[in-house]
Design a protein around this ligand. Sequence first.
Ligand SMILES: C[S@@+](CC[C@H](N)C(=O)[O-])C[C@H]1O[C@@H](n2cnc3c(N)ncnc32)[C@H](O)[C@@H]1O
Length: 281
Amino acid sequence: MLPKITIKDQPSTNTCRTVDQNSNCLYLRLKIFRLFMPKKWFQNWFNSPYYHILYQQRNDEEAEFFIDNLCAYLKPGANSRLLDIACGRGRHSNYLNKKGYDVTGIDLSFSSIKYAQQFENSKLRFFVHDMRYLFYINYFDFAFNLFTSFGYFETEKDHVNSLKTFRKSLKKDGLLILDYFNREKILKHLTQQETKTIDGIDFYISKNIVNDKIVKSISFEHKNKDYAFKEEVSSFSFADFERMFKKSGFEIVNYFGDYSLQPFDECKSDRLIFICKKADV
Ligand SMILES: C[S@@+](CC[C@H](N)C(=O)[O-])C[C@H]1O[C@@H](n2cnc3c(N)ncnc32)[C@H](O)[C@@H]1O
């Protein structure tokens, strides 16, 4: 029988401390077990410096534009606590903190969190943490999951469980902001093969649809070494999100189609950005 895990209605300063002492042993065993599990694509690719080279146009400027528009819409109170789930190197977290908010960023990538931690201050902190597992409870006013930081898991259950942990991290009136790609537009304009040359590296990219996932294979050579990475992201539709939000106890209060928060248009919009509140369950 598994020991009971006790989690308190207050923040912990790292993920270990969300688990009570009696379950430390189990927790350690789980950590060791995970160490020997084959790594998933999202553990390898996002932790590599090449992800940041290939996606360098997804920069601070883009993040700041989006955050300015979100803040104008959401109007967070001065003392709001914000959670940036899958924060990467912290481009959104940093800017939210510059605006004066108390921000916590979590991400699975050790190298991204290490990079982000150089910006920490008394109102900005970063932790390595897997979004599928519980973090803080009833603590945040807003939880952000930005720039397609979802849709990586194999089953709907895993996605719904992640949403449930997002929900648990929020206060009663808290809001979730989830920013995903617009599947209809992506599928319509899918380029199957392309080469992108960035910082002297030729990235050969091929995209395919496999089992409702957009599978992107990325290969390149750098410093006489060959590399191959993969992205496998579920092509969730609006209806898929509606269903998963319902299952996880969220209610959609609004949705937008791009970073300037224009209305969503299934054919034309680049993004599908949801604003959700905790449903009464
Ligand atoms: C597309 S990047 C976006 C990063 C950041 N939100 C941004 O806009 O720059 C997706 C991020 O999700 C993180 N990620 C993937 N799986 C995760 C998981 N299970 N838990 C937490 N973070 C995860 C990756 O490490 C990566 O930093």
